[in-house]
Write a protein that binds this ligand. Structure first.
Ligand code: IPE
Ligand code: IPE
Ligand code: MG
Length: 240
């Protein structure tokens, strides 16, 4: 279908996914410890959630902690978990105010028990909200997700002839969520880093040249505007 045939609000991505990168460099540029960057980055999420609700984005997936991030120095990992734990309640109040629903993708097992309890409670408390679905990717790895899907498909004894892309999608952590239309990675890095390997097959990518704590409403709106100018072809040739 030609772009002109589509409804006007197709220029707004239904699902935005964000690789929130650059906290450490943001802090270093200010002569601060890396953890100060993580704190600023965690707090920044609130601005982006608000802006997504305002603009009418329905799904927001954020990469908070990857399966590879456990390999960072212990004090950084511990500090980061402490920040998540500490700010969670405040952030949850904000989610409730905005009518957002919290979900988690990844393996919750890796989360310390105090934080895990809060997250599970938050998921329960927001389950009826539908203005925005916020998927937090924590202890998330795209390869682990695919491995978990393969295991579940095999364990259920699904016959090979029934396995197709649609079925595999149903075994992903994101089973009820449409694929991301737009993936944003801040900080200037241009790589996928094990994020949504399956789901981002046809996403548009934007790499704003700012560190995550500096990525605010204005930068989000600029990215959405750029997305609106993109022509999504899905391998086809669009009609003139
Ligand atoms: C992203 O910022 C946050 C996490 C990965 C948890 P970084 O900590 O990767 O920041 P840089 O890339 O070192 O600047
Ligand atoms: C990706 O960022 C993970 C998150 C933002 C949570 P990293 O900073 O960990 O990725 P690499 O190491 O630069 O690829
Ligand atoms: Mg990084």
């Amino acid at each position: 279908m030609a772009k002109t045939d589509q409804p006007a609000d197709d220029s707004i991505p239904q699902h935005i996914a964000i690789i929130m990168d650059g906290n450490g460099r943001w802090a270093r540029a200010r002569g601060l410890p890396r953890l100060a960057g993580h704190r600023a980055g965690t707090e920044n999420l609130r601005r982006i959630i608000k802006a997504c609700v305002e603009v009418g984005v329905k799904y927001l997936t954020v990469y908070a902690f990857s399966t590879e991030n456990w390999g960072r120095p212990e004090d950084e990992v511990e500090g980061l978990m402490g920040i998540f734990d500490e700010v969670f309640e405040r952030e949850l109040a904000e989610l409730l105010r905005e009518g957002a629903q919290l979900r988690h993708i990844g393996r919750l097992e890796g989360m310390r028990p105090s934080l895990r309890k809060k997250v599970e409670k938050g998921i329960e408390q927001t389950k009826d909200n539908d203005r925005l679905i916020l998927n937090v990717a924590f202890n998330y790895g795209g390869r682990d997700e695919i491995v978990d899907a393969i295991k579940a498909i095999m364990a259920e004894g699904v016959p090979p002839e029934q396995v197709d892309a649609e079925l595999v999608s149903k075994y992903m952590y994101t089973k009820d969520v449409p694929d991301p239309d737009l993936v944003i990675r801040t900080s200037g890095e241009q790589r996928i880093s094990n994020f949504l390997l399956w789901q981002a097959a046809y996403a548009e990518w934007i790499f704003p040249d700012v560190y995550w704590p500096d990525f605010g409403r204005e930068q989000l709106l600029a990215a959405i505007e750029e997305y609106g100018r993109r022509e999504r072809r899905y391998g086809k040739v669009l009609e003139e």
